[in-house]
Design a protein around this ligand. Structure first.
Ligand code: MN
Ligand code: MN
Length: 298
């Protein structure tokens, strides 16, 4: 089972310039081959399918626990997309004024035709995410190697998306996820090292570009977020500390398991887009504006 919290893993600013094409680029980090939906579903299926776990419990705990964090990552990327899309069309109730005119020039028209100006499970080119991105071979070494590769590919994708947009919301989200993805890369490297003796940490960083090149990572690293593995469960996955211990291979600072999720930030409540009838038309919204009051009255 999974518990859900109505919080984002970090605070996201409101974009100064809504940008549908920046939102399309960010879609790669959600539903691309190396996106957050892939990391979430890879670790989720690997954890469901983990055989003989009692004998090698710390590896199971690590994969299952990181899977839970990835849910928070798809949520964060989705809200960055939603924030970027908010305000990209003319808000209103009159279809004859062509309020969606701008959408015709947007790279991804599904944001306007198939959703209420919001995130979709697809990549930057509009290809739907699919289950073939999941690798759960059942062989622990192969799966951990794949996870290490997947996190490095996710990191490269984030860096390139960062270079595609100077929007502060996108960059804030990417900065935070570069730091958290760095934790996962080190975690899978450590898991492989403990399992095989191979010094995987010597390969880092992949790509050869330090987080310090991305100013948005700084405040998170100052808080030590690059050396903390959150334990995303009230009582379970307690043996992650048997893998997440010692020092950071690049930075040398002490690794720590923290019980419970980070405090994070509020979930943005975005304005209605009546030109898309999202969630309802302007007339219906007006009619229902005191819905809370009405629901309490029998
Ligand atoms: Mn992630
Ligand atoms: Mn990750």
């Amino acid at each position: 089972m999974i518990l859900r919290l109505d919080r984002l893993m970090c605070e996201l600013p409101t974009p100064s310039n809504p940008d549908a094409n920046a939102a399309s680029a960010v879609q790669e980090l959600l539903g691309g081959k190396y996106g957050e939906m892939s990391t979430l579903m890879n670790y989720t299926f690997q954890s469901f399918n983990f055989r003989g776990r009692e004998k090698i419990r710390p590896y199971y705990d690590l994969i299952a626990n990181i899977a839970a964090e990835e849910y928070g990552h798809i949520e964060l990327v989705s809200y960055a997309i939603n924030l970027l899309l908010t305000g990209t069309t003319k808000r209103g109730n009159d279809p004859s004024a062509a309020p969606l005119e701008n959408a015709a020039d947007a790279k991804n028209s599904y944001h306007f035709l198939a959703s209420g100006q919001s995130a979709l499970p697809m990549d930057s080119m509009g290809n739907w995410w699919n289950g073939s991105y999941v690798t759960a071979t059942g062989n622990l070494k192969m799966d951990l190697l794949f996870n290490f590769h997947l996190e490095c590919g996710a990191r490269a994708g984030k860096m390139r998306a960062y270079e595609m947009t100077s929007d502060k919301t996108a960059r804030e989200m990417i900065g935070f996820l570069l730091v958290r993805g760095g934790v996962h890369i080190v975690a899978y490297a450590k898991a492989l090292e403990k399992l095989t003796g191979a010094e995987v940490g010597k390969l880092l960083p992949i790509p050869d570009l330090d987080n310090s090149k991305f100013p948005e990572t700084r405040k998170h690293e100052e808080q030590g977020i690059h050396r903390i593995l959150y334990r995303f469960s009230p009582e379970d996955y307690t043996r992650v500390g048997e893998i997440w211990n010692g020092t950071h291979p690049e930075r040398g600072d002490k690794l720590e398991v923290r019980d419970g999720p980070p405090k994070g930030g509020p979930v943005p409540d975005l304005e209605a887009e009546p030109q898309l009838c999202a969630p309802l038309s302007a007339d219906e919204m007006e009619m229902l504006k005191d819905v809370g009051k009405k629901m309490k009255v029998k």
